[in-house]
Design a protein around this ligand. Structure first.
Ligand SMILES: C[S@@+](CC[C@H](N)C(=O)[O-])C[C@H]1O[C@@H](n2cnc3c(N)ncnc32)[C@H](O)[C@@H]1O
Length: 259
């Protein structure tokens, strides 16, 4: 997948996917697993996933056997790949923008979206959370998994530096919020926060890569990085900015409920 993109310019998440990385969320498999546990998905649930990407969380959700699952992703290649993940006719994928899926209001009991809000500007973050609220029935659960800045009273100058350097290296507009700001935004859009989970932002640390991808997966990624022109430089650039701001960034998952 993603062979046609230029390695020097492509968004960081597609670069990682092209190198063979399957887990593209800041808190890794560990935080996703805790988030899915906290959602307590049952065979009665109707689940919508925003931006499933290469589908590793979709597959985890399928193990909970929800009654219905719909993934919405705007990337055509990703959706073609996602369609091959399950033969269940009640599990489907829509190739659309999250905010124009055409799904009916009050139709879902669970909405999940990982690594999708951080890279949106402020108004778009709100549009997506409002869409989760529209799709959910009253009492429905919404789970996000994103990057949080810390502490809550981080200086504006430092926040701007982090946002600018992340955007330069990842080649998408990365705008993480503090825990307090994520909570504020959810409350503003009609959600009550039920649970907050965190994990270190170690997406590109070797120990996390091995835990997320296995030894063979990590070796395959390493091989692809050193044999693909420009990939090593890009990976080092991204890793350096994650390391530089390690103490001011963490992965966060929030479970919220439509009030
Ligand atoms: C960083 S990945 C997140 C993937 C997945 N959630 C994961 O954690 O592995 C970005 C994915 O989000 C999709 N995406 C980003 N913004 C979107 C939007 N507004 N509507 C639909 N898909 C979107 C992209 O097409 C891509 O597949």
């Amino acid at each position: 997948m993603f062979e046609r993109y230029d390695v020097e310019k492509m968004p960081g998440h597609w670069l990682l996917a092209r190198m063979g990385k399957r887990v593209l969320r800041p808190g890794g498999r560990e935080l996703t697993a805790k988030m899915i546990d906290a959602l307590s998905i049952t065979p009665d649930d109707i689940v919508v996933e925003f931006a499933p990407g290469i589908g590793s969380t979709a597959q985890l959700i399928f193990t909970r056997k929800p009654k219905n699952y719909t993934g919405i992703d705007q990337n055509e290649e990703a959706v073609k790949h996602l369609a091959s993940l399950s033969a269940n006719i009640n599990y489907s994928f829509i190739n659309e923008n999250i905010t124009s899926s055409g799904l009916p209001s009050n139709s879902a009991t669970v909405v999940v979206g990982e690594a999708v809000l951080t890279m949106q500007r402020e108004e778009r973050k709100e549009d997506i959370i409002v869409e989760a609220h529209r799709l959910l029935q009253s009492g429905g659960r919404y789970a996000l998994h994103e990057i949080a800045l810390r502490p809550d009273d981080i200086q504006d100058g430092l926040k701007d530096d982090i946002q600018r350097e992340l955007s330069q290296e990842i080649h998408v507009n990365a705008r993480p919020l503090t825990t307090h700001e994520w909570t504020f935004l959810l409350n503003k859009c009609g959600f009550g926060v039920k649970k907050i989970l965190t994990n270190p932002m170690h997406l590109l640390k070797l120990s996390r890569i091995v835990r997320d991808e296995g030894v063979r997966g990590a070796a395959r990624i390493g091989f692809n990085v050193v044999t693909t022109r420009h990939a090593f430089k890009r990976m080092i650039g991204m890793r350096n900015v994650f390391n530089k701001y390690e103490h001011h960034m963490s992965a966060i998952s929030i479970i919220a409920v439509k009030e």
